[in-house]
Write a protein that binds this ligand. Structure first.
Ligand SMILES: C[S@@+](CC[C@H](N)C(=O)[O-])C[C@H]1O[C@@H](n2cnc3c(N)ncnc32)[C@H](O)[C@@H]1O
Length: 236
């Protein structure tokens, strides 16, 4: 049966969250250290220019990125749609951690409008579904950001080997990634790739792009780990 056919009642976002919960529970996805590009963007751009008090990490996973922002002395809120991820964060950060469970559709993020100075969404937005879902999530991100606040966002691109080697195009330009037998990840996932810089800026509107780049590491049998990286701002 086509996984996204009319009989299917579970959304792509729900399936991705269930998949991550299985990976976290099995210990097969457990990044420990912050993503290097977030440190660079923070130290090189955000810190010299803006007064950050409250940080929100959406799709926080195991808390690896949040740890870096906690070390900067900020009030950091961690949010994820996987309870399993949040349990790992609680173990890591202690009972005082600011943890929030998200609905996978992000229709209404559980945060007051205009209260977040810096928002992180690293390797998460492309799990939400197609372009319409993504654009409405971007409007929610803009709602919770304080005027002048920044968002650091990464998105997968078509060159990434998940897509170029294992991807199968589905409805709404969502790509079904089916990993081959023997690959370290077995559960399929659904991702929405961003075509180019203009596409990235368009789906993140009403935020303004400050700088859009990418990383692309190739090592051993991994041909491309391509991800778009973006610094965005909610203009005052
Ligand atoms: C690839 S991991 C990235 C984790 C972390 N941001 C990092 O950079 O290491 C994706 C994370 O997004 C979460 N996630 C996936 N879909 C989500 C959704 N619809 N809403 C909230 N979190 C989601 C997963 O549970 C997982 O923690």
């Amino acid at each position: 049966m086509d996984a996204s056919g009319p009989e299917d009642t579970t959304s792509h976002a729900d399936r991705n969250v269930e998949r991550f919960s299985r990976l976290f529970a099995a210990g097969s996805y457990a990044p420990k250290y912050p993503a290097e590009w977030l440190i660079r963007a923070h130290n090189g751009y955000i810190r010299p220019r803006s007064q950050v008090r409250r940080v929100l990490d959406l799709g926080c996973g195991t808390g690896n990125n949040a740890l870096f922002f906690i070390e900067q002395g900020y009030e950091v809120h961690l949010a994820d749609a996987s309870n399993t991820a949040l349990a790992i964060c609680r173990d890591r950060l202690g009972p005082g951690a600011n943890l929030h469970l998200l609905e996978p559709d992000w229709e209404e993020l559980p945060f007051e409008s205009g209260t977040i100075d810096l928002l992180i969404a690293n390797q998460v937005l492309y799990y939400l579904g197609g372009e319409t879902r993504l654009r409405s999530a971007a409007r929610e991100i803009a709602r919770v950001l304080a005027p002048g606040g920044h968002a650091l966002v990464s998105m997968i691109g078509p060159k990434n080997f998940y897509i170029s080697e294992f991807g199968e195009k589905g409805p709404d330009d969502v790509v079904l990634v089916n990993f081959p037998a023997g690959f370290r990840i077995q559960d399929p996932e659904y991702v929405f790739p961003i075509k180019d810089e203009q596409h990235f800026a368009a789906v993140l509107a009403p935020l303004s792009p400050i700088s859009i780049g990418y990383f692309d590491h190739a090592l051993l049998d991994v041909t491309s780990s391509f991800h778009w990286l973006g610094i965005f701002r909610l203009d005052v």
